[in-house]
Each structure stands twice: as structure tokens, then as C-alpha cells.
Design a binder for this molecule. Structure first.
Ligand code: AMP
Ligand code: MG
Length: 410
């Protein structure tokens, strides 16, 4: 029987709600030295102050020459030419190439005016006085032309780019020592549960080690935010509200875990539901059905369920894309692809299921079962396997959508 209380939001509806909530949570920009910019989101277009390559240079150790003079060289009919100059990388006063001569040249050194080819040292006798050339490359070979990678004045990197190793390399190469980046949204993470004990402490019967705050804080940082973890609180409404309100002033977002389900002692639901500014909903997904979003004292809050896998998957599906969109990243979603199941699966009707899997060579192997407490299985996964709401079973070999959640800052 379907009743009003059975109504479930679709994943897309809740994703849109969280995205709208977080739209303004990015707190402006700051300039940082390049060495501190890894993982940050560029807030400006970086223009190339110099072309890349900066000047036409040699791609090989060899001899800068005129092709008309060396193009016919073979081992049977070698060409011999005097070596007029020695040009190591970094030489700043390279004279033009006189006809009938070559310059010995190293990789990365400026190609002299007049040269239109570099003969690799392997095709010569390596002499520093008069070189014997026994083979010749095609016309124009081994020249790296100025501006062929990027033209002077062109946009080298666009705003919204996440600065990974290659992008930092580009910024450095065009001469930037500092870049303007988005400030990291300050995200408070608060776990709830009277059963929780800090890792390292002895467990009494019924207690477990708290893990969600570590998972969520790491995920926030990897997504481009700056997490601050509050010491977890027991299922006590007053303690929860006191802890949250004491810390909210300098936060752009609050993420809670636990206390949003249908049982008793649902501390987050009880405390924030009474404020009237946070909406608690059921989303048609598994894991991660119970969700909430809204504001506390004007600060956005997203309330995630407590089961460790639910908490992680909810962050992935709702919070991560919203946070990254707020940071100005044009495509805030995970890379996705289609893979074939190595074994059959079943899925509950009316729920989008996010199973854990390992992806390789176009195939995906499911890791563990659907239970949302199976954190060790999650830790072995490299992807989430998406099973649509309308699908209840799939045979082995079926194509499924997978979200590649391993590693990468994208
Ligand atoms: P809850 O959503 O609060 O009902 O919690 C659901 C399940 O997740 C329970 O088994 C909790 O013990 C567990 N759990 C909740 N919060 C955490 C946490 N921070 N770390 C580890 N497990 C948790
Ligand atoms: Mg709880």
C-alpha cells in the first residue's frame, strides 16, 4: 500500500536540493603560491605570458644544420661539415648558423637562426670539430617550434580547472609563481551516536569505534573543501545543538552523520526537525535512503545517515557534486563508464542501488553484498555500480553504469 509517508524523493530531486543549498557556500578567492595550489580550483583564466615552447629548441642531442646541406647523407655517402659552435641548454648568445657549418646542440638548447633540422648524434661520429653525418632525418625533424604547445597570450588554463600535477606544470611553465584559487569551503563534520568511542580507546559491550567523521572529513578534503571534525556527540538533543551552535560561526557547511532514520533516539532529526529549517526526506536509493538538508542559523546543513557505507555513498551522490559545483568546477561529477557484470545481481524495486565494485578491462566485479555496514568491502572497491530503480535483477554479462570513485581529485 502506498501512503503519503511512503513518498520518496528521487536521487535527482535530492541532488538538486543539495546543489541549490550549497550553491553559495564557496567563500571567495585567495592568491596562493604555486607550491600550495595542488588540488585547488583555479579562480582565474591563466594567460600564457610566454609561448610554449618559449623558443624553438632541439628535441635531440645532435647537430643543428641546414637540411639542404645534410639531407642526402647516407653511410655510403656521408656528409662532413665543420662544427662552428657548441650550444648546450641554457646558452643565451647563440649565433646564427653560417652556411656550410653545423652547431653541436643539446636537447632543449635554442636552435640557431638559419638551421632547419637537427641531426641526432646517433647518426654522426659525434665530433666537436668536423662532424661526419651518416644519415639524415626528414626535413624539419627534431625541432620543437616556439608556441606549438601554446601561443603567447592564449589561455593556458581556464577558471574552474582543478590544479593537478599537469596543470601546475603548465602554470609554472608560463611563468606564474602564484595563482588565484577558490577558497576552500569550511566544512564542519559531526558524527552522532551514543555507541561511538574514539579509535584507540577500549570498547565496552555495545560500543564501536567512530569512523564516519574520518571518512567524511577525508572525502570533504579530497573534494576541495577544508574539513574540521567536531568531537562526536551522543544521542542527546541538547548536547548536539550546543556543539553545533558553538562552532557554526566560521563554517560554510555542516555535515552530520547518524540520527536521521525512523527509530527512536534520532538525535539529528529530533534536534534539527524542531527548528523548522531542515527538511528530512526519504530518497529512493539504497544505501542512503534517509536524508536531510536545510540550514541551521543560516548555515547550510546536510544530514547523512549513520551506516558507514550509506554515509560515504550519500556524500558521493549528493554532497561531493554540490561542493564541487559551488567551487566552479564545470563538470563536478565522477567519471562514469559502462561495464559488464561478472556475476548476476538482484536489486530492490523502486530504489536506485549503488553497489560496490572493482572495475577492470570493461568488467566490474561486485565486492561484498549490499549491506550498508560493510565498510571493509567498500575499502576494497574502486567504483560504485549503479542499478536503476526499475531493475530488480540482472544476469552476468549485463552492462551497468559504474562511477569511478578511486583516487583522482576530479
Ligand atoms: P544511525 O544512522 O545513527 O541509526 O546509525 C546506523 C548505524 O551506523 C548503526 O549501526 C551505528 O552504530 C552506525 N554508525 C553511526 N554513526 C557511526 C559512526 N560515526 N561511525 C561508525 N559507525 C556509525
Ligand atoms: Mg545513531
Amino acid at each position: 500500500m502506498t501512503t503519503a509517508t511512503d513518498h520518496r524523493r528521487t536521487v535527482e530531486e535530492h541532488r538538486a536540493a543539495v546543489r541549490a543549498l550549497l550553491a553559495d557556500c564557496s567563500p571567495g578567492t585567495e592568491e596562493v603560491p604555486l607550491v600550495d595550489a595542488v588540488g585547488r580550483v583555479l579562480a582565474e583564466d591563466v594567460t600564457a605570458a610566454v609561448p610554449l615552447p618559449v623558443f624553438t629548441n632541439s628535441a635531440m642531442d645532435g647537430y643543428a644544420a641546414r637540411w639542404a646541406e645534410v639531407g642526402a647523407a647516407t653511410s655510403d655517402r656521408p656528409v662532413r661539415l665543420p662544427v662552428a659552435e657548441d650550444v648546450p641548454a641554457g646558452r643565451t648568445d647563440v649565433p646564427p648558423l653560417d652556411p656550410g657549418t653545423v652547431h653541436r646542440i643539446m636537447t632543449g638548447a635554442p636552435v640557431p637562426d638559419g638551421a632547419d633540422v637537427v641531426v641526432p648524434v646517433e647518426d654522426t661520429d659525434g665530433s666537436t670539430t668536423t662532424v661526419t653525418i651518416t644519415a639524415s632525418p626528414a626535413a624539419g625533424s627534431y625541432l620543437r617550434h616556439s608556441g606549438e604547445d601554446i601561443a603567447q597570450g592564449a589561455t593556458a588554463l581556464t577558471a574552474g580547472t582543478v590544479l593537478g600535477p599537469a596543470q601546475l606544470g603548465v602554470a609554472a611553465s608560463v611563468g606564474r609563481a602564484r595563482v588565484l584559487v577558490r577558497r576552500r569551503p569550511r566544512v564542519l563534520v559531526l558524527s552522532t551516536g551514543s555507541e561511538l568511542v574514539a579509535p584507540g580507546e577500549a570498547l565496552r559491550p555495545g560500543q564501536i569505534h567512530e569512523s564516519n567523521s574520518l571518512v567524511l572529513a577525508a572525502a570533504v578534503d579530497a573534494a576541495g573543501g577544508a574539513a574540521r571534525t567536531l568531537h562526536f556527540v551522543p544521542d542527546d538533543v541538547d548536547q548536539f545543538l550546543t556543539t553545533v551552535r558553538a562552532e557554526l560561526a566560521d563554517a560554510d557547511l555542516l555535515i552530520t552523520s547518524g540520527g536521521v532514520s525512523m527509530g527512536a533516539y534520532e538525535v539529528v532529526k529530533d534536534a534539527l526537525g524542531a527548528l523548522g529549517t531542515v527538511e528530512f526526506v526519504k530518497v529512493a536509493m539504497q544505501p542512503g535512503g534517509p536524508q536531510g538538508s536545510g540550514t541551521v542559523d543560516g548555515v547550510p546543513v546536510v544530514t547523512l545517515p549513520g551506516n558507514p557505507v550509506s554515509s560515504f555513498v550519500s556524500f558521493e551522490v549528493f554532497v561531493r557534486p554540490a561542493l564541487r559545483a559551488a567551487l566552479g568546477i564545470p563538470d563536478p561529477h565522477r567519471l562514469r563508464t559502462t561495464a559488464r557484470l561478472t556475476r548476476p545481481l538482484t536489486s530492490p524495486p523502486g530504489r536506485r542501488q549503488y553497489l560496490r565494485g572493482r572495475f577492470a578491462d570493461g568488467e566490474v566485479e561486485l565486492v561484498g553484498g549490499p549491506g550498508s555496514h560493510l565498510l571493509a568491502h567498500l575499502a576494497r572497491a574502486t567504483c560504485l555500480v549503479v542499478v536503476p530503480e526499475g531493475v530488480t535483477e540482472l544476469p552476468a554479462g549485463s552492462p551497468v553504469e559504474v562511477l569511478l570513485v578511486e583516487g583522482a581529485l576530479q
